[in-house]
Design a protein around this ligand. Structure first.
Ligand code: OX2
Length: 821
């Protein structure tokens, strides 16, 4: 007889028991001598035990109710640490802290020992992580699919101010959060060739033969929502060799040689490509994309077949699939292959199912980020998929494009799935739009530019398929977890419901005028600044005062994000302090966090330049405390959680039209950091929400950028017209900072000789002026706090719960399914 499962209980005693049992029986350690890591693992497992039942229950209820699920396909998930988030979301934080403390253990210390799960590069991967949190919180049936990378984003170190990369073995010691699901292992094919066969009626069909096989082992990570019993899973695929690998060689006694194929197969999920918003074109990357897509689709189809005996036409009513950028776009020809080649559907029906199933989010307009695969590579790796893409393209061009613009070959060239100029390439963005019923941008401005520029012809053809879904962030991690003091103050003032309904934060508005509230808000900010000052001391060896203005730019290093514009202003300030020692500056600490793609030479040169300027400024006795510059190494989610609550000023200074949305801008504003920014991405909507008096907007607009470029932009004009700017650039490219005048020539050349593609020089003076306004505003501390509170109060729109509910309503048509305890 199988006994009823026992309830684990959420009392201090039962948590203590669970943790101790895991220390003893799972880890085989003595309580007296268990290591810090043992305690951390045991605590995670005790919490996992309490959420797994809800994961099973959620799955069962979703299956039984027969509702549609969304399947989020993303090559990246930047999850960060999981324990604290899971504790706060499940309401077990206090009891666990108490249980540990009664056993002589400090929860905060354990939390610090968790390695980040860094399976993403930046905004795109972090967005996927926030979406997973929101999907569980708002009770939507969802599965996230991705790759179980053995190595996440590299660990960054600075040696003599230069970035050096180290592998990130985040799960070298295993991870207590992931559970292997060998019974759902999938086998997929690659390479090989296609043969045409005929059935008894003379109808052709295609077989993909002589392929290589690869296995995908799924690992599930439970996603705990806030105050909800829905626990969805993130399913990550690990690549494995087929068991029968090289059987022949093996039998011949070449045991070690036989294992080589196995090692090669396993490289597929070894490492995350470290490029953010840049395309790569490498074969292994295409293999990674197809591997996780094919495993995920096979899993989705398996579930469809197990659960129901429905006709294929019902597939879209059970499964929505969201493509997070074009990285998983090969899912479109893969589903066509499954339906036409394996299931025998007619082309038209299969295509209809595809379009109803898929939807696509575009995250960038940068041309270098638009994925294109060379036709020859694609043909070698996925020969059948290329044929399918050709067929999709032919029908599209002959029917839809010819129908709308008869005889217009220019339109056909622009809309084709195949780029024909300068070699032949498959355009993954065009494929994604065509294979989906919905394409969305990630902020209002970005979506407008998608419709007007990147996808103008598609928009003319299918206007109803385009929509905007402005990004969001989870307010649990980005306020409740990273700033529990502020979270408690807000809850004390307006109640706790804001954690589920962020629009309620507006009720804080009147508190901005309450001196007592302002004082407490200011005190919390100062507390975080003091803590961050300790981190800076430990990491950079620089002493900074918590009374200085903390000016923060944290994001990937990219020219379009313009860390070098920030640097120009810093060097200008440095000069001014030297020229005019009595000038009335409020002391400022410039804080950077950024990784550069290892192959992005100029980005690395900029990092080096910032570090070199920092070293001079921080050690110049003439400057003293007025100016400090620190570049915190190894920027990652857990470091962001320490920086964001401590920031006074948020640098969002990309060239207008380049940053699709940004999400760091939202996190910083939520934590009461005022934005200095251009009218780019979601900054536009942040200004609408917080009011133009509570933000520092400067610089060229998208239209002005376009006009300036059309007229012929020449950075030298700005250089010669502005002595301060000239002096600043010349100083950076002198030998003053490193002893070698050549060191930052790449940076100088990009700003001058190579045409300053991101218009730093054009925006320099407006930026410097905006920074002067910031300085003046900060001198009135009380008014600054009012503005900070109003930022917190007014950014409720940027909750990822709102974003996800919009996706559910407008794109996926998903019902909310409540899972009871
Ligand atoms: C990023 C975008 O650069 C950023 O603006 C946006 O906020 C984020 O995605 C989430 O939507 N890779 N990363 C991005 O785009 C691509 C491509």
């Amino acid at each position: 007889m199988i006994p009823a499962p026992c309830d684990l209980g959420n009392s201090t005693e039962s948590l203590k028991n669970s943790i101790i049992n895991h220390v003893r029986f799972t880890l085989g350690a003595y309580v007296e001598s268990a290591s810090q890591n043992d305690w951390w693992v045991a605590t995670c497992l005790a919490i996992r035990d309490r959420v797994m039942d809800h994961a099973t229950k959620s799955r069962t209820i979703h299956r039984q109710s027969g509702v549609r699920r969304v399947h989020y396909l993303s090559l990246e998930y930047l999850m960060g640490r999981l324990l604290e988030n899971n504790l706060r979301n499940s309401g077990l934080y206090d009891v666990t802290k108490q249980a540990l403390s009664e056993m002589g253990k400090d929860l905060d210390e354990l939390l610090e020992s968790e390695p980040d799960m860094g399976l993403g590069n930046g905004g795109l991967g972090r967005l996927a992580a926030c979406f997973m949190d929101s999907l569980s919180t708002v009770n939507l049936p969802a599965i996230g699919y991705g790759i179980h990378y053995e190595f996440g984003l590299f660990r960054q170190e600075f040696i003599n101010g230069r970035q050096v990369e180290h592998p990130d073995a985040w799960m070298r010691d295993g991870s207590p959060w992931k559970i292997a699901r060998p019974s759902y292992r999938q086998s997929i094919q690659l390479y090989g060739r296609v043969v045409q066969k005929f059935d008894d009626y003379g109808r052709p069909h295609y077989e993909w033969v002589e392929t290589k096989q690869l296995l995908g082992l799924p690992w599930d990570i439970p996603i705990v929502g806030y105050d909800s019993h829905t626990v969805n899973v993130l399913r990550l695929w690990q690549a494995q060799a087929d068991e029968d690998f090289n059987f022949q060689v093996f039998n011949e006694g070449s045991y070690v040689e036989a294992l080589r194929d196995k090692a090669i197969a396993e490289t597929v999920s070894k490492v995350l490509y470290p490029n953010d918003s840049t395309e790569n074109g490498k074969e292994l990357r295409l293999v990674q994309q197809y591997f996780f897509v094919a495993c995920s689709l096979a899993d989705i189809v398996r579930r469809f077949k197990v659960g129901y005996t429905l006709p294929w036409s019902e597939f879209p009513s059970k499964a929505a699939i969201q493509l997070n950028d074009t990285h998983p776009a090969v899912a479109i020809p893969e589903l066509m292959r499954i339906l036409v080649d394996l299931e025998g559907l007619e082309w038209e029906e299969a295509w209809d199912i595809c379009q109803k199933t898929f939807s696509y989010t575009n995250h960038t307009l940068l041309p270098e980020a638009l994925e294109m695969w060379s036709v020859s590579l694609f043909e070698r790796v996925l020969p059948r998929h290329l044929q399918i893409i050709y067929e999709i393209n032919q029908r599209f061009l002959e029917q839809d494009v010819e129908g709308k613009w008869p005889g217009d070959n220019e339109k056909k060239r622009s809309l084709s799935l195949i780029e024909e100029r300068g070699g032949r390439y498959v355009r993954m963005a065009n494929l994604s739009v065509l294979g989906s019923h919905a394409t969305n941008g990630v902020a209002a401005l970005h979506t407008r530019l998608l419709c007007e520029r990147l996808f103008a012809d598609f928009y003319a053809l299918y206007p109803d398929r385009f929509l905007n879904l402005t990004n969001g962030i989870t307010f649990r991690r980005w306020l409740d977890v990273c700033n529990p003091e502020l979270s408690a103050l807000i809850t004390e003032a307006i109640g706790k419901d804001w954690k589920k309904d962020a629009a309620l934060l507006r009720n804080l508005d009147p508190y901005a005028d309450d001196p007592a509230f302002r004082a407490r808000y200011a005190q919390i900010k100062r507390g975080h600044k003091a803590k961050l000052a300790e981190v800076i001391q430990a990491e950079c060896g620089v002493t900074v005062s918590p009374d200085a203005l903390f000016d923060v730019q944290i994001k990937r290093l990219h020219e379009y994000k313009r860390q070098h514009l920030n640097l120009l202003n810093i060097v200008t300030m440095y000069r001014e302090i030297l020229d005019n020692p009595d000038a009335d500056f409020h002391p400022r600490v410039f804080i950077f966090g950024a990784k550069a793609a290892p192959g992005y030479f100029l980005a690395k040169n900029i990092i080096h330049a910032i570090n070199a300027v920092a070293a001079k400024v921080n050690n110049d006795p003439r400057v003293g405390d007025k100016l400090k510059v620190v570049f915190l190494p190894n920027y990652r989610v857990s470091l962001a959680e320490k920086i964001i609550p401590a920031a006074d000023l948020s640098e969002q200074i990309s060239t207008a039209g380049k940053e699709a949305s940004g999400t760091g801008n939202m996190k910083l504003a939520l934590n009461g950091s005022l934005t200095i920014g251009t009218l780019d991405g979601a900054n536009v909507e942040i200004e609408e929400e917080v009011g133009s008096e509570n933000i520092f907007i400067f610089g060229l607009t998208v239209e002005e950028v376009t006009a300036l470029k059309a007229k012929g932009y020449n950075p030298w004009d700005y250089y010669w017209a502005n002595k301060k700017l000239r002096d600043t650039i010349d100083w950076i490219s002198s030998d003053y900072f490193t002893g070698n005048a050549e060191e930052f020539l790449p940076l100088r050349r990009s700003l001058l000789d190579h045409g300053d593609p991101y218009l730093c020089l054009a925006d320099y003076q407006p930026y410097v002026d905006a920074q002067a306004k910031v300085d003046a505003a900060y001198k009135d501390k009380d008014h600054w706090m009012k503005m900070a509170i109003l930022n917190t109060a007014r950014v409720g729109k940027f909750s990822s719960d709102r974003t996800i509910l919009e996706y559910a309503e407008k794109v996926w048509h998903l019902p909310q399914v409540v899972v009871n305890d």
